[in-house]
Write a protein that binds this ligand. Structure first.
Ligand SMILES: [Zn+2]
Ligand SMILES: [Zn+2]
Length: 150
């Protein structure tokens, strides 16, 4: 299990390995320590954000969007070349391979639980019972953050 978050003290991105029994989360850059809130881990998953500590988290795929988009662009460029050379099977073959590679990438990537409030990511859990992204909850947190910054 791991946590990826923005340290509120030094502002840098941290990636920290987590154990079930962990009681403190330490920033590897400035060594600022946060106490892990009670009940943060239960049922093999994370229940509360360790950083902020909100209980509203959402589940998403850890999909590398840039890599996914790059595969599509390369596939399309390659299919244009085969199309130009009147190779219909080659064109379809490349487009099919492109779609298949994106699908494989999607399936191979792990699940991540993200905090609505501070955007901390938690990954590598055996089970995740969190719901996927909810725009309403996101909007509520965004407005709350905007009010605080005024
Ligand atoms: Zn720090
Ligand atoms: Zn948080």
């Amino acid at each position: 299990m791991y946590a990826r978050f923005h340290c509120t003290v030094c502002g840098r991105t941290c990636r920290v390995t987590l154990e079930d029994s962990v009681s403190h989360l330490e920033c590897p850059h400035c060594e600022h320590r946060r106490t892990v809130p009670a009940g943060a881990f239960a049922d093999g998953s994370i229940q509360r954000c360790i950083v902020c500590p909100s209980t509203e988290l959402f589940f998403r795929k850890n999909f590398p969007q840039r890599l996914g988009a790059m595969i599509v662009v390369v596939g399309l460029a390659a299919s244009c070349v085969t199309w130009y050379h009147h190779s219909l099977y080659g064109t379809y073959g490349i487009l099919f391979a492109t779609a298949l590679m994106d699908l494989m990438l999607f399936l191979l990537m792990g699940n991540v639980v993200t905090c609505y409030r501070c955007r901390a990511d938690y990954g590598g859990f055996a089970s995740t019972r969190h719901k996927s992204f909810d725009l309403e909850v996101h909007e509520r947190h965004r407005q709350e953050a905007a009010r605080l910054n005024q």
